[in-house]
Design a protein around this ligand. Structure first.
Ligand code: HEM
Length: 220
């Protein structure tokens, strides 16, 4: 992919990820946040956190299934946007719902399982955001960095469970997100098992003596 094309793609991602925030700001400005503005803001930010997080996790499966390499260039940007959204989501909860009342916030995290799950998702994303710079990738080494970044899947699982547990009976959206996550995890699992099979076969080929080789015929 050419450099201008990559820049255009990144500009598009910036636009798509910032548009919901701009719309939210506009709705706040025009007093159009519905009967429960805090809930509306929290939910909108939560929805977009989950959408962007799943989009960032879809980049590698797109390469695996369709052989596309360009989505990989967007993975980090999408991951950072997901983190920015969850920080805002968390900020609304801690400022507007609790006004930094730490003991009550802690009690809420412990008492309500869906809040516990949300917190686990946020905490799983923290080290990923902290190690997203090129310097940190170099310092950790590509192998450790890749291993650490599997936490993105832990975050996504916790986030989907967070949504499933908080949704009212009859609300279908969280199930769609759960299906999307299962598909993404399925593609990664399939790729992993293919890689393992290939590795096992390669190992077997190097250890199995070839016909007519010295190992097979010690007298030769
Ligand atoms: C990656 C992490 C997270 C994701 C993806 C996420 C996602 C979501 C989603 C999708 C919703 C429901 C939106 C809707 O009904 O349309 C939601 C609601 C909510 N989230 Fe999160 N969340 C995350 C972390 C957190 C954290 C850390 C907290 C607080 C500690 C939190 C507190 C809440 C609350 C209180 C609601 C319900 C708001 C209401 O209905 O009044 N979330 N979140």
């Amino acid at each position: 992919m050419t450099r201008p094309a990559r820049l255009a793609l990144k500009a598009f991602v910036w636009f798509v990820c910032l548009a919901p925030l701009a719309l939210l700001a506009y709705r706040a400005w025009t007093d159009d946040l519905g009967a429960n503005p805090i809930s509306f803001i929290t939910n909108t930010l939560g929805d977009w956190t989950l959408r962007i997080l799943l989009a960032s996790l879809a980049m590698t499966p797109l390469r695996i299934v369709f052989g596309l390499s360009w989505p990989i260039a967007l993975r980090r940007l999408l991951g950072l946007f997901a983190f920015a959204y969850v920080c805002l989501h968390f900020a609304v909860w801690s400022v507007l719902d609790f006004f930094f009342d730490w003991p009550r916030m802690w009690a809420d995290i412990v008492k309500r399982p869906y809040i516990t799950m949300g917190m686990l998702a946020l905490l799983s994303l923290l080290p990923l955001a902290a190690t997203s710079t090129a310097g940190m990738i170099r310092r950790l080494g590509a192998r450790n960095w890749t291993r650490l970044h599997r936490l993105a899947y832990v975050a996504a699982v916790c986030a989907v469970v967070h949504y499933l547990w908080l949704a009212k009976v009859g609300v279908k959206e969280p199930y769609w997100y759960a299906v999307a996550l299962v598909v993404l995890l399925g593609v990664r699992g399939w790729e992993w098992s293919r890689r393992m099979t290939r590795r096992r076969r390669a190992r077997a080929e190097t250890t199995t003596p070839r016909v007519g080789s010295r190992a097979e015929n010690p007298l030769s």
